[in-house]
Ligand binder design. Sequence first.
Ligand SMILES: Cc1cc2nc3c(=O)[nH]c(=O)nc-3n(C[C@H](O)[C@H](O)[C@H](O)COP(=O)(O)OP(=O)(O)OC[C@H]3O[C@@H](n4cnc5c(N)ncnc54)[C@H](O)[C@@H]3O)c2cc1C
Length: 365
Amino acid sequence: MPERFIFGELLAPITERASRVDSADGDLAPEIEILRKARWLTACLPVSDGGQSWGTEPSGSLVALNALRYLGRANLSVARLFEGHMNAVKLIALYSDDRQRAATFDQVRRGALFGVWGADEPGNPVTMVCEGEKIRLSGAKRFASGLGLVDHAIVIVSDDDDGPYMLLAPTSTRERSDATDWRMAGMRATRSGRYDFNGLVLSADARIGQKGDYLREPHFEGGIWRYCAAHLGGAEVLYKSMLAHLSARGRADHPDQRRRIVDCATALETSRLWLRRCAEKIEARDASSGKSTLALLAREVTENACRTVIEIVDRSLGMAAHEEGSAVERIKRDLALFLCQAAPDAKRERAGRALVAGSGLAETL
Ligand SMILES: Cc1cc2nc3c(=O)[nH]c(=O)nc-3n(C[C@H](O)[C@H](O)[C@H](O)COP(=O)(O)OP(=O)(O)OC[C@H]3O[C@@H](n4cnc5c(N)ncnc54)[C@H](O)[C@@H]3O)c2cc1C
């Protein structure tokens, strides 16, 4: 059966609840439970660990891309949490030792949700002090998605210019979580708030990989394709809503509207093709570090496609695009905020430098 039917049926309840959970109190536990029951959390594991290699092995790249895209169509906040889980599982698959891998993947098989928390609270970054066999943390993370839902996060600890450490930490202590600062217009239910690590003591084997592994290419910038797939899903559902709306109002035949429809359709398909190529190349076993430029460019294409769709939907639907409580208005808010992730100017800049240094066409990347 085609993926679109399998995913469509599974994700229908998530789509149906999306407007109800569009608030800072929105509880995404039922959504995560749907994914857990459908074995999406374990699907991210390599096949030899009981998974389907979504995002962890070449054979799972395209299905992972489509899963993120379809989940993005259903609810971008849920897609954000699932992408964080896929990212964490990927980092563990890449860099952990055998014992850490066995223990962590066992937790995934038992249903744990993982995340990656990198953004530090300004003036109070997470730092670590090694005390014999223990690691003592201080400081706090902000924009930590999935407060109250993420069981364990890979916490990024930067202490100098040599690159950061990754620590695997439990993240379900309610008293350490504070989502009150997350007052964003979009992605409300992600509860991307503050988590206080002050005084948390971890065992020395909480450290994943070597210093600097987190930033190692092609998987750091290269991994952008995952959240871009979710972005694309959000833009695709806006496009589909626009078509339905124009047809229902008998306006789809107007030449201006048809031109807009064509502009959206080509932008979306261009992004999908870029992301597909990117996921295949980055996740190939022999991918070189330079392949990450492909992901930086695919991010640019995807952001442009999403912004094109948002603007065209505004023009096509007029006031209906701004009606509070409508799916279109909510998805536009979610997508516009999600596109901020992360530092787009810096990524464009890096892509430009790589193109100048390589002095070739993007097809050679
Ligand atoms: C929905 C959502 C969920 C998130 N979840 C998580 C999470 O779970 N874990 C986590 O760690 N983080 C998370 N983040 C935060 C994210 O990783 C970034 O920290 C965040 O997007 C930074 O946003 P900002 O606009 O405040 O960044 P800023 O860095 O202030 O960017 C503002 C502008 O400055 C530009 N800019 C920034 N840096 C540079 C640079 N070096 N060179 C040139 N231009 C630059 C940017 O391109 C942008 O135009 C989340 C963000 C969102 C939107």
